[in-house]
Design a protein. Structure first.
Length: 121
């Protein structure tokens, strides 16, 4: 069995069991993990079944904690910190520092930067 396919199947097991159990908030049993593993054609040993059941139960506990939080007055958001672009007005400005800028370059010719030839004829 390919590793990627195995992970996808484990994800589906977790998703199915969490979705099923968040409604009634019942404890995830080893039998449920075995059933979904069988449906996903996964061979899990007893240790893996216990591990998945325990991890899923921890996830459900966390979901139970989140459900206790009062979010009625909290507006929906897409991110925790609002991102705002700050743009300045695009204005044309004349600059008198051309000579100073040309002096910063490694080489110049009249009022242009001089660069090595890159095209071979």
């Amino acid at each position: 069995m390919k590793f990627k396919g195995y992970l996808n199947k484990l994800f589906l097991i977790n998703y199915y069991l969490i979705k099923k159990n968040t409604k009634g908030m019942t404890k995830i049993t080893k039998e449920e993990v075995k059933k979904v593993a069988h449906l996903a054609r996964l061979e899990l040993n007893e240790n893996e079944i216990n591990n998945h059941a325990e991890q899923l139960e921890n996830i459900l506990d966390y979901i139970r904690q989140l459900e206790k939080i009062d979010t009625d007055d909290v507006p929906c958001t897409t991110r925790a910190i609002e991102v705002v672009n700050v743009f300045r007005k695009d204005e044309k400005k004349n600059s008198d520092c051309n000579e100073e800028l040309l002096e910063l370059g490694p080489s110049r010719e009249d009022k242009y930067f001089k660069v090595p030839k890159i095209i071979n004829e």
